[in-house]
Design a protein around this ligand. Sequence first.
Ligand code: FE2
Length: 200
Amino acid sequence: MLTHDLKRSEFGDPKNSGNVMSREEANALLTDWVKNDRLRLHMRQVAHLMKSWAAQIENLDEKGQWKWEMAGLLHDADWDQWPDDHCRRIIEELERRNVDPEIIHAIASHGPSYFGVEPATKMDKMLYAFDELSGFIHAYSLMRPNGYEGMEVKGVMKRLKDKTFASNVSRDDIKDASERANMTMEELISFVIANQTSSP
Ligand SMILES: [Fe+2]
């Protein structure tokens, strides 16, 4: 169900292509808008996964990596204060700040079944894929005696099959996201385990 239908398909202005916020600016926006520590950690974890993917798999330069990281860092920025207006607020803020449309589109499409925007680019697809999976794997790390240490793909798969564990995380979205990313769930989980930490 499109609970947060954005009713839009174009985001940002093409003339702002290549415009990024500075790291200081992005962090200031995050601290200013998001008071919930757990949510801030989630956004930093997703940002770190995006940067890791951009560097290791896409072989992007530093600026390209920061674009991916920035999309991860700010994707849920409005969730804490304006849950009913989720995604619209941060999109409009980034448009006001003349941010690169690719970053805004990635944020707008990180939940196609909620926002009604299809992930199109690789960056869009990876943000969608990392979003739910990152939170799920973090929840799993919190119930393990050694956290992330020694975590295995099969342990995560087992928890995914247990519908009572982290029941708020949509298994359908994880499956849909991995299909769109053209990866198996196991491949995706393996990348998250290898690159996610509890203090990114
Ligand atoms: Fe998220």
